[in-house]
Design a protein around this ligand. Structure first.
Ligand code: AMP
Ligand code: MG
Length: 320
Protein backbone atom coordinates (compact mmCIF):
# COMPACT_ATOMS: atom_id res chain seq x y z
CA UNK A 1 0.00 0.00 0.00
CA UNK A 2 1.34 3.40 -1.04
CA UNK A 3 0.55 6.50 1.00
CA UNK A 4 1.50 10.02 -0.03
CA UNK A 5 1.60 12.65 2.72
CA UNK A 6 1.91 16.43 2.56
CA UNK A 7 3.11 18.70 5.35
CA UNK A 8 2.33 22.42 5.28
CA UNK A 9 1.52 23.62 8.80
CA UNK A 10 4.06 26.47 8.88
CA UNK A 11 7.29 27.22 6.99
CA UNK A 12 7.95 23.75 5.55
CA UNK A 13 6.29 22.27 2.50
CA UNK A 14 7.07 18.57 2.49
CA UNK A 15 5.93 15.50 0.58
CA UNK A 16 6.62 11.97 1.74
CA UNK A 17 5.80 8.58 0.26
CA UNK A 18 5.64 5.34 2.24
CA UNK A 19 5.05 1.78 1.07
CA UNK A 20 3.51 -0.42 3.76
CA UNK A 21 4.87 1.99 6.35
CA UNK A 22 8.43 2.12 4.98
CA UNK A 23 9.64 5.53 3.85
CA UNK A 24 10.50 5.75 0.14
CA UNK A 25 10.77 9.52 -0.20
CA UNK A 26 10.91 12.59 2.04
CA UNK A 27 11.29 15.82 0.09
CA UNK A 28 10.84 19.36 1.36
CA UNK A 29 11.52 23.05 0.93
CA UNK A 30 11.50 25.60 3.72
CA UNK A 31 10.20 29.15 3.38
CA UNK A 32 12.61 31.69 4.82
CA UNK A 33 11.33 35.20 5.49
CA UNK A 34 13.63 37.93 4.19
CA UNK A 35 13.28 39.82 7.47
CA UNK A 36 11.53 39.07 10.78
CA UNK A 37 9.32 36.05 11.43
CA UNK A 38 6.97 33.99 9.28
CA UNK A 39 4.34 35.94 7.35
CA UNK A 40 1.57 33.32 6.91
CA UNK A 41 0.39 34.55 3.50
CA UNK A 42 3.95 34.61 2.17
CA UNK A 43 4.64 31.12 3.51
CA UNK A 44 1.46 29.85 1.82
CA UNK A 45 2.56 31.50 -1.45
CA UNK A 46 5.88 29.65 -1.13
CA UNK A 47 4.03 26.36 -0.67
CA UNK A 48 1.79 26.92 -3.71
CA UNK A 49 4.76 27.87 -5.85
CA UNK A 50 7.04 25.03 -4.78
CA UNK A 51 4.37 22.41 -4.08
CA UNK A 52 4.30 20.88 -7.57
CA UNK A 53 8.12 20.65 -7.72
CA UNK A 54 8.36 18.97 -4.30
CA UNK A 55 5.56 16.58 -5.22
CA UNK A 56 7.32 15.65 -8.46
CA UNK A 57 10.63 15.15 -6.66
CA UNK A 58 9.03 12.87 -4.05
CA UNK A 59 7.29 10.74 -6.69
CA UNK A 60 10.53 10.41 -8.66
CA UNK A 61 12.48 9.48 -5.57
CA UNK A 62 9.89 6.88 -4.59
CA UNK A 63 9.69 5.67 -8.20
CA UNK A 64 5.90 5.80 -8.20
CA UNK A 65 3.28 7.77 -10.09
CA UNK A 66 0.16 9.40 -8.68
CA UNK A 67 -1.92 6.53 -10.10
CA UNK A 68 -0.07 4.14 -7.75
CA UNK A 69 -1.03 6.03 -4.57
CA UNK A 70 -3.68 4.24 -2.49
CA UNK A 71 -4.22 6.90 0.16
CA UNK A 72 -3.55 10.63 0.36
CA UNK A 73 -2.72 12.11 3.77
CA UNK A 74 -2.28 15.74 4.77
CA UNK A 75 -1.26 17.63 7.88
CA UNK A 76 -4.61 18.91 9.17
CA UNK A 77 -3.32 21.02 12.08
CA UNK A 78 -2.34 22.63 14.35
CA UNK A 79 -0.78 25.35 12.24
CA UNK A 80 -1.23 28.55 10.31
CA UNK A 81 -4.49 28.53 8.37
CA UNK A 82 -3.17 29.92 5.05
CA UNK A 83 -0.40 27.29 5.09
CA UNK A 84 -2.68 24.43 6.16
CA UNK A 85 -5.00 25.23 3.25
CA UNK A 86 -2.28 24.50 0.70
CA UNK A 87 -1.64 20.90 1.77
CA UNK A 88 -5.33 20.30 2.32
CA UNK A 89 -6.31 21.62 -1.11
CA UNK A 90 -3.57 19.80 -3.02
CA UNK A 91 -4.31 16.52 -1.25
CA UNK A 92 -8.09 16.74 -1.50
CA UNK A 93 -7.75 17.59 -5.18
CA UNK A 94 -5.49 14.58 -5.84
CA UNK A 95 -7.82 12.33 -3.89
CA UNK A 96 -10.78 13.43 -6.01
CA UNK A 97 -8.84 13.23 -9.26
CA UNK A 98 -7.47 9.73 -8.65
CA UNK A 99 -10.53 8.54 -6.78
CA UNK A 100 -8.59 7.45 -3.68
CA UNK A 101 -9.35 8.17 -0.03
CA UNK A 102 -7.90 11.11 1.86
CA UNK A 103 -7.06 11.41 5.53
CA UNK A 104 -6.23 14.37 7.81
CA UNK A 105 -3.35 13.77 10.23
CA UNK A 106 -2.59 15.62 13.46
CA UNK A 107 0.84 17.21 13.03
CA UNK A 108 2.02 16.64 16.62
CA UNK A 109 0.98 12.98 16.56
CA UNK A 110 2.84 12.55 13.27
CA UNK A 111 6.01 13.83 14.98
CA UNK A 112 5.51 11.19 17.68
CA UNK A 113 4.76 8.31 15.35
CA UNK A 114 7.79 8.86 13.13
CA UNK A 115 9.92 9.26 16.28
CA UNK A 116 8.63 5.97 17.70
CA UNK A 117 9.45 4.30 14.41
CA UNK A 118 12.97 5.62 13.92
CA UNK A 119 14.09 5.39 17.56
CA UNK A 120 12.36 2.03 18.17
CA UNK A 121 11.22 3.31 21.57
CA UNK A 122 7.68 2.03 21.87
CA UNK A 123 6.19 4.07 24.70
CA UNK A 124 8.26 7.18 25.35
CA UNK A 125 7.48 10.53 26.82
CA UNK A 126 7.81 12.92 23.94
CA UNK A 127 9.14 16.43 24.34
CA UNK A 128 7.95 18.19 21.22
CA UNK A 129 9.80 21.45 20.74
CA UNK A 130 9.28 23.47 17.61
CA UNK A 131 8.75 27.07 16.56
CA UNK A 132 5.10 27.28 17.54
CA UNK A 133 4.67 24.22 19.76
CA UNK A 134 6.10 23.10 23.08
CA UNK A 135 4.40 20.05 24.55
CA UNK A 136 5.23 17.12 26.78
CA UNK A 137 3.15 14.25 25.42
CA UNK A 138 2.45 10.77 26.76
CA UNK A 139 0.19 7.93 25.71
CA UNK A 140 -2.58 7.11 28.19
CA UNK A 141 -5.81 5.14 27.70
CA UNK A 142 -5.90 5.15 23.92
CA UNK A 143 -4.96 8.78 23.46
CA UNK A 144 -1.95 11.00 23.26
CA UNK A 145 -2.28 13.31 26.23
CA UNK A 146 -0.59 16.67 26.55
CA UNK A 147 0.90 16.33 30.02
CA UNK A 148 2.41 19.77 30.01
CA UNK A 149 2.81 22.58 27.51
CA UNK A 150 3.73 26.20 27.10
CA UNK A 151 1.16 28.63 28.36
CA UNK A 152 2.28 31.26 25.88
CA UNK A 153 4.93 31.07 23.13
CA UNK A 154 6.77 27.99 21.82
CA UNK A 155 10.44 27.50 22.73
CA UNK A 156 11.55 27.99 19.10
CA UNK A 157 9.55 31.17 18.96
CA UNK A 158 11.29 32.37 22.15
CA UNK A 159 14.71 31.75 20.58
CA UNK A 160 13.65 33.47 17.35
CA UNK A 161 12.20 36.49 19.20
CA UNK A 162 15.32 36.93 21.32
CA UNK A 163 17.35 36.42 18.15
CA UNK A 164 15.51 39.21 16.40
CA UNK A 165 16.38 41.58 19.25
CA UNK A 166 20.02 40.49 18.99
CA UNK A 167 20.01 41.05 15.23
CA UNK A 168 20.12 37.34 14.35
CA UNK A 169 18.02 36.38 11.32
CA UNK A 170 15.25 33.75 11.49
CA UNK A 171 15.60 30.94 12.46
CA UNK A 172 17.82 32.09 15.33
CA UNK A 173 18.10 28.77 17.21
CA UNK A 174 21.31 27.50 15.57
CA UNK A 175 23.14 30.83 15.99
CA UNK A 176 22.07 31.15 19.64
CA UNK A 177 23.36 27.62 20.20
CA UNK A 178 26.72 28.59 18.71
CA UNK A 179 26.95 31.76 20.83
CA UNK A 180 25.87 29.85 23.96
CA UNK A 181 28.90 27.56 23.60
CA UNK A 182 31.10 30.64 24.07
CA UNK A 183 29.16 31.90 27.10
CA UNK A 184 30.94 31.71 30.45
CA UNK A 185 28.75 33.57 32.91
CA UNK A 186 25.30 32.45 33.99
CA UNK A 187 22.88 35.34 34.34
CA UNK A 188 19.97 34.36 36.63
CA UNK A 189 16.78 34.50 34.56
CA UNK A 190 13.05 33.98 35.31
CA UNK A 191 12.38 30.27 35.58
CA UNK A 192 8.68 29.73 35.12
CA UNK A 193 7.07 26.34 35.53
CA UNK A 194 3.51 26.14 36.81
CA UNK A 195 2.33 22.66 37.62
CA UNK A 196 3.10 20.76 34.45
CA UNK A 197 3.19 23.82 32.22
CA UNK A 198 5.99 26.17 31.25
CA UNK A 199 5.87 29.83 30.30
CA UNK A 200 8.45 31.68 28.22
CA UNK A 201 7.16 35.18 27.64
CA UNK A 202 8.50 36.48 30.98
CA UNK A 203 11.93 35.23 29.99
CA UNK A 204 11.66 37.08 26.69
CA UNK A 205 10.65 40.32 28.41
CA UNK A 206 13.45 39.94 30.95
CA UNK A 207 16.05 39.47 28.21
CA UNK A 208 14.74 42.47 26.27
CA UNK A 209 15.63 44.62 29.28
CA UNK A 210 19.19 43.37 29.82
CA UNK A 211 20.43 43.32 26.23
CA UNK A 212 22.97 46.10 26.64
CA UNK A 213 24.16 45.01 30.08
CA UNK A 214 25.68 41.63 29.20
CA UNK A 215 27.62 39.88 26.47
CA UNK A 216 25.54 38.25 23.75
CA UNK A 217 27.33 34.93 24.44
CA UNK A 218 26.37 34.99 28.13
CA UNK A 219 22.77 35.93 27.33
CA UNK A 220 22.54 33.04 24.84
CA UNK A 221 24.10 30.62 27.31
CA UNK A 222 21.84 31.67 30.19
CA UNK A 223 18.77 31.64 27.98
CA UNK A 224 19.43 28.06 26.88
CA UNK A 225 20.29 26.84 30.36
CA UNK A 226 17.14 28.37 31.88
CA UNK A 227 14.61 27.50 29.18
CA UNK A 228 15.94 23.96 28.62
CA UNK A 229 16.01 23.25 32.37
CA UNK A 230 12.31 24.11 32.49
CA UNK A 231 11.65 21.64 29.67
CA UNK A 232 13.67 18.97 31.47
CA UNK A 233 11.76 19.47 34.70
CA UNK A 234 8.40 19.08 32.92
CA UNK A 235 9.64 16.03 30.97
CA UNK A 236 11.07 14.33 34.03
CA UNK A 237 7.87 14.90 35.95
CA UNK A 238 5.88 13.33 33.12
CA UNK A 239 8.20 10.30 33.09
CA UNK A 240 7.90 9.81 36.84
CA UNK A 241 4.16 10.40 37.01
CA UNK A 242 3.23 8.30 33.97
CA UNK A 243 5.86 5.63 34.71
CA UNK A 244 7.56 5.89 31.32
CA UNK A 245 11.03 4.51 30.79
CA UNK A 246 12.18 6.58 27.83
CA UNK A 247 12.29 10.06 26.35
CA UNK A 248 12.38 11.36 22.80
CA UNK A 249 12.91 14.98 21.84
CA UNK A 250 11.53 16.02 18.45
CA UNK A 251 10.70 19.21 16.54
CA UNK A 252 13.09 21.77 15.08
CA UNK A 253 14.65 22.67 18.44
CA UNK A 254 15.61 18.99 18.89
CA UNK A 255 18.58 19.84 16.66
CA UNK A 256 20.15 21.56 19.69
CA UNK A 257 23.11 19.65 21.12
CA UNK A 258 22.83 21.13 24.61
CA UNK A 259 19.14 20.20 24.88
CA UNK A 260 19.95 16.63 23.86
CA UNK A 261 22.82 16.51 26.32
CA UNK A 262 20.48 17.56 29.12
CA UNK A 263 17.92 14.96 28.01
CA UNK A 264 20.61 12.28 28.02
CA UNK A 265 21.83 13.21 31.51
CA UNK A 266 18.35 13.38 32.98
CA UNK A 267 17.47 9.95 31.58
CA UNK A 268 20.76 8.44 32.69
CA UNK A 269 20.11 9.61 36.25
CA UNK A 270 16.70 7.92 36.15
CA UNK A 271 17.94 4.75 34.49
CA UNK A 272 15.75 5.56 31.49
CA UNK A 273 16.48 5.43 27.78
CA UNK A 274 17.13 8.46 25.64
CA UNK A 275 17.62 8.55 21.88
CA UNK A 276 18.72 11.33 19.59
CA UNK A 277 16.15 12.04 16.96
CA UNK A 278 17.46 11.59 13.44
CA UNK A 279 17.77 15.03 11.79
CA UNK A 280 15.91 13.91 8.67
CA UNK A 281 12.77 13.32 10.75
CA UNK A 282 13.15 15.69 13.73
CA UNK A 283 11.77 18.77 11.98
CA UNK A 284 8.60 19.10 9.92
CA UNK A 285 8.50 16.62 7.05
CA UNK A 286 6.11 14.89 4.68
CA UNK A 287 7.21 11.34 5.53
CA UNK A 288 5.81 11.60 9.06
CA UNK A 289 2.42 12.55 7.62
CA UNK A 290 2.49 9.72 5.07
CA UNK A 291 3.58 7.24 7.75
CA UNK A 292 0.88 8.33 10.25
CA UNK A 293 -1.66 8.29 7.41
CA UNK A 294 -0.64 4.68 6.83
CA UNK A 295 -1.21 3.84 10.52
CA UNK A 296 -4.62 5.54 10.33
CA UNK A 297 -5.60 3.92 7.04
CA UNK A 298 -8.80 2.40 8.44
CA UNK A 299 -10.08 5.65 9.95
CA UNK A 300 -13.26 7.13 8.55
CA UNK A 301 -13.09 10.90 8.77
CA UNK A 302 -15.84 13.36 8.06
CA UNK A 303 -14.07 16.63 8.73
CA UNK A 304 -11.33 17.10 6.17
CA UNK A 305 -10.95 20.85 6.55
CA UNK A 306 -7.81 22.45 8.04
CA UNK A 307 -7.88 22.69 11.84
CA UNK A 308 -5.52 25.47 13.03
CA UNK A 309 -6.08 24.56 16.70
CA UNK A 310 -6.21 20.77 16.27
CA UNK A 311 -5.45 19.31 19.72
CA UNK A 312 -3.20 16.28 20.17
CA UNK A 313 -5.72 14.72 22.58
CA UNK A 314 -8.64 15.16 20.16
CA UNK A 315 -7.58 12.03 18.25
CA UNK A 316 -8.71 8.59 19.36
CA UNK A 317 -5.75 6.32 18.65
CA UNK A 318 -7.05 2.91 17.62
CA UNK A 319 -3.98 1.55 15.83
CA UNK A 320 -1.86 1.30 19.01
P1 AMP B 1 10.08 23.60 13.53
O1 AMP B 1 8.96 24.61 13.81
O2 AMP B 1 9.84 22.30 14.20
O3 AMP B 1 10.41 23.46 12.10
O4 AMP B 1 11.39 24.21 14.20
C1 AMP B 1 11.86 25.49 13.89
C2 AMP B 1 12.46 26.09 15.13
O5 AMP B 1 13.62 25.34 15.53
C3 AMP B 1 12.91 27.52 14.94
O6 AMP B 1 12.33 28.30 15.96
C4 AMP B 1 14.43 27.46 15.09
O7 AMP B 1 14.99 28.61 15.67
C5 AMP B 1 14.60 26.24 15.97
N1 AMP B 1 15.93 25.62 15.83
C6 AMP B 1 16.51 25.09 14.73
N2 AMP B 1 17.74 24.63 15.00
C7 AMP B 1 17.97 24.86 16.32
C8 AMP B 1 19.07 24.64 17.21
N3 AMP B 1 20.20 24.08 16.80
N4 AMP B 1 18.91 25.01 18.49
C9 AMP B 1 17.78 25.58 18.93
N5 AMP B 1 16.72 25.82 18.14
C10 AMP B 1 16.81 25.48 16.85
MG1 MG C 1 6.45 20.55 13.72
Amino acid sequence: MYVLGTESTAHTFGVGVVRDGEVLANERDVYKPVKGGIIPGEAARHHYELGPTILKRALEKAKVSLEDIDLFAFSQGPGLLPCLKVGSQITNYLSAKYNKPVIGVNHCIAHIEIARKVTELDDPVMLYVSGGNTQVITFENGKYVVFGETQDIGIGNLLDKVGRRLGIPFPAGPKIEELAKLGKKYIPMPYSIKGMDVSFSGLETFISKILDKYKIEDISFSLQETAFAMLMEASERAMAYCKKESLIIAGGVAANTRLNEMGGKMCEARGAKFRFMNKEYAGDNGAMIAYTGYLMKDYKQEDLTPRPNFRTDAVKVTYR
